[in-house]
Design a protein around this ligand. Structure first.
Ligand code: NAI
Ligand code: 15L
Length: 264
């Protein structure tokens, strides 16, 4: 069992779900977000902090033996917002970890690192990245930082390229990208307990019959996705058909590929 697990992005969608469903992984949970939020139990310590603040991030990582890094901008936004949370935030996290015993990190990367691959293509993790916006670029950067810290210092990180981690798929694209909460939680249990992790790229996706991503390289991890989006097929087929040239029909990154460069 871990002693203290830091969960960033704790007020967000996956942060809240992880705090509810993965509390058994550690004796203490330090939960942090830039937004204020409620404590779930006595096990939790709540810290409001900006990932762009290096001093604050050093304090967050102090005495933690693992980090679930979910915090940051999670959709396409202006470069300035993404730079602060996802570029400086990742830099701050890895420097704080290096100074403090290199706790194992699970980095919530994204399918938007490869969003500009056509849906007709099947990908292994060796495929070169093709980000579909500044958000996707920031996740490519996060993966590269983690790989550099692993090569230079031995820092372990799981680079989890999450597809669509929601209660259930809500459109046709998500039939391929859906990552069930149960598969996510079973994977986290392995990532934080497997004796040696290294720095693997892992597709965060369920065992969807129409999926695009090949996880056959992680047999050593002792995890295989069990859920399949097909159980929602009938529900999804009631949705109106999409035009053949729509971004969410053509590209793995779906509508993110059509996002403009946002200025604000
Ligand atoms: P979310 O947007 O609900 O949660 C992200 C949290 O990070 C928010 O609570 C936000 O307040 C916090 N945050 C933003 N900027 C911050 C900053 N500067 N300092 C501290 N906290 C900050 O996103 P969600 O869905 O929970 O995703 C969690 C992580 O997983 C994100 O990194 C996202 O990019 C990644 N991801 C999620 C997917 C999904 O299907 N939910 C798919 C692919 C990746
Ligand atoms: C992501 O990276 C986003 O964080 C999430 O909100 C979804 O949009 C997901 O990708 C997706 O591609 O469905």
């Amino acid at each position: 069992m871990l002693n203290r697990l830091l969960i960033t992005g704790a007020a967000g969608n996956l942060g809240r779900m992880s705090r509810t469903r993965l509390s058994h992984l550690a004796k203490h949970i330090r939960a942090t977000d830039i937004e204020p939020f409620e404590r779930l139990s006595d096990q939790e310590e709540i810290v409001t902090a900006d990932l762009a603040d290096a001093t604050a991030v050093t304090q967050l990582v102090k005495d933690c033996d693992a980090v679930l890094h979910l915090g940051g901008v999670s959709v396409e936004k202006s470069y300035e917002l993404i730079e602060a949370a996802n570029l400086r935030g990742v830099h701050n996290l890895y420097e704080a970890a290096r100074a403090q015993g290199m706790p194992r990190i699970v980095f919530a990367s994204s399918n938007h690192t490869i969003g500009f691959y056509p849906q007709s293509q099947r990908l292994t993790v060796d495929a070169p990245t093709r980000p579909d916006g500044w958000y996707g670029v920031s996740k490519v950067y996060g993966e590269a930082v983690a790989q550099m810290y692993h090569a230079k210092f031995g820092q372990e990180t799981a680079l989890l390229r999450i597809g669509s981690c929601f209660e259930k798929p809500v459109d046709r694209r998500m039939m391929a990208t859906w990552f069930s909460y149960d598969d996510y939680c079973r994977l986290m249990e392995r990532l934080f307990t497997v004796p040696k992790l290294g720095c693997p790229v892992i597709w965060g996706v369920s065992n969807n019959s129409c999926g695009w991503w090949d996880n056959s390289h992680i047999g050593w991890l002792g995890w295989t996705a069990q859920d399949n989006s097909e159980i929602y097929r009938a529900e999804i087929e009631t949705l109106p058909p999409r035009p053949a040239d729509a971004s969410d029909v053509l590209w793995q990154g779906g509508k993110f590929t059509a996002d403009p460069i946002i200025k604000d």
